[in-house]
Design a protein around this ligand. Sequence first.
Ligand code: CAA
Ligand code: NAD
Length: 283
Amino acid sequence: MDIKKIGVLGAGIMGSGIAQICAEAGYEVVLVDIAEAFVNKGFQGIVKNWTKAVEKGKRTAEDLEKFKALITTSLDNKDFKDCDVVIEAIVENIDVKKKVFKELGEICKDSAVLATNTSALSITEIGTASCRPQSVVGMHFFNPVPAMKLVEVIPGAETSEETVAIVTELAVKIGKEPVRAKETPGFIVNRLLVPYMNEAAMLYQEGIPAEEIDKAMKLGANMPMGPLALADLVGLDTLLMICDYYWREFGDSKYRASLALRNKVRAGHLGRKTGKGFYDYTK
Ligand code: CAA
Ligand code: NAD
């Protein structure tokens, strides 16, 4: 497939990163969210990253202008109608994703591939909601998108091999390394990484300071950042939604979410994106 235009739904942490790297690879991008404030914040974050790259001498001022011109923002999913691929990166909630994929199935052209950046949810369930499950696939990026090499490609039960091939090739074109994963909650990386972050939150609940837990894992296991700093980067709401999904899907008590995590989400402390989580980013 000759991909020219890519739609990205959701301009948050992940959607903005995906839009950034797609524009860098020369694709036209339509970035959509539900409110002007969200698309503006996402777009400004992208421009900030490019400005830093220019300052570091990794990009030129001309690159920045060229990339900026490739992204248009919108509040209307109908603007995806002529996109070849749409990548969804909205809230990790199956009901919201199903509603959105039903709409995408009605709006997008027949040949379009509809990808979801879900962290853990069922690709088959999302595909069924779209009424064109052969064209729906998991395309799971990692945070921060511009810095992380991996994309997990996850077929659902009805996904065609042609759809898998299209997103696998696209992942390479936007500078990523694809790995094919199976449709199981959390696929490969999050099946391992989410229980690790949740267990760190359990230790925190038992009274060990966040700084100590993170220092231990950085120095004792050579992690680039500690599990609680990573949880704050991911977003505690997203992390909790994934934990609760594992709990429901597996019915195994080892996937119970830490109360410390749940209470931070209840208090609205979602990590870096709200300024507070296991750490305070407002100071
Ligand atoms: N946005 C965009 N780019 C960023 C960034 C951000 N928030 N943070 C770092 N980068 C880029 C920098 O611009 C830099 O790029 P260049 O080399 O082109 O200049 C590069 O990343 C390295 O950055 P730094 O040198 O400033 O920082 P670092 O060496 O300390 O690395 C890190 C930062 C890449 C975030 C590193 O700490 C790391 O790898 N942390 C672990 C991240 C991780 O595990 N992510 C997975 C989370 S789980 C997930 O994503 C799945 C899910 O579904 C929840
Ligand atoms: P986020 O909270 O930063 O952003 C989500 C965005 O989606 C918000 O701007 C919100 O306004 C928008 N949105 C919500 N409902 C919408 C709708 N119906 N239509 C259009 N926009 C809508 O979340 P995020 O961290 O970017 O996560 C997005 C998706 O990516 C989730 O499925 C998450 O599990 C997955 N993911 C997250 C990470 C991570 O580390 N944060 C990594 C990989 C995958």
